[in-house]
Design a protein around this ligand. Structure first.
Ligand SMILES: [Zn+2]
Length: 163
């Protein structure tokens, strides 16, 4: 691995191709400060919450397979590389409106309910990540981003952190 570029952040986002152009521009800006790892999976951090904050059986399976170095969640596998190998301390979660992996916008009773669903996922995912990487002296910064659909094919990325 070459040493001349430092790693800045890791982005966990949905693989949805409609976001490709918006995210490419957004990432280009972010990359001015260093490399940005990207973990793209359907539904973004949804699978992380599903495995690690779901029912006890799922959590047990995730923990048990973890003993053998098997990751049930590619989000965790990716974060392990970013945090432990690349030394990244800044994590971006990006969820988006009308995500097919959670049933699309029609699965919700309005825009604000949809946004709250994703904010809740991000709060839960942040807890999972902070528990997993709780080594002394390791301070992670987790930023919540949400891509909202504008008219046509364009999206706008807003921040959802409360503090
Ligand atoms: Zn999606």
């Amino acid at each position: 691995m070459s040493e001349h570029r430092k790693f800045k952040a890791v982005l966990v986002a949905c693989q949805d191709g409609r976001l490709g152009k918006t995210n490419a521009e957004w990432l280009q800006k972010l990359r001015e400060g260093g490399e940005v790892d990207t973990i793209l999976v359907a539904g973004g951090i949804q699978e992380l919450v599903f495995w690690y904050d779901g029912n006890l059986i799922l959590r047990f399976i995730a923990w048990f397979l973890g003993l053998f170095g098997i990751y049930v969640s590619s989000v965790i596998r990716g974060l392990e590389v970013s945090v432990r190998l690349h030394g990244i301390r800044e994590i971006y979660f990006q969820q988006h409106e009308d995500c097919g992996a959670v049933g699309g916008s029609s699965a919700f009773d309005g825009e604000s309910e949809e946004l709250e669903y994703h904010r809740d996922l991000m709060v839960r995912a942040e807890q999972i990540v902070l528990r997993r990487f709780s080594d002394p002296g390791l301070v992670l910064l987790v930023r919540f981003k949400y891509a909202r659909k504008l008219h046509g094919e364009s999206w706008t990325i807003i921040g959802l952190n409360t503090q």
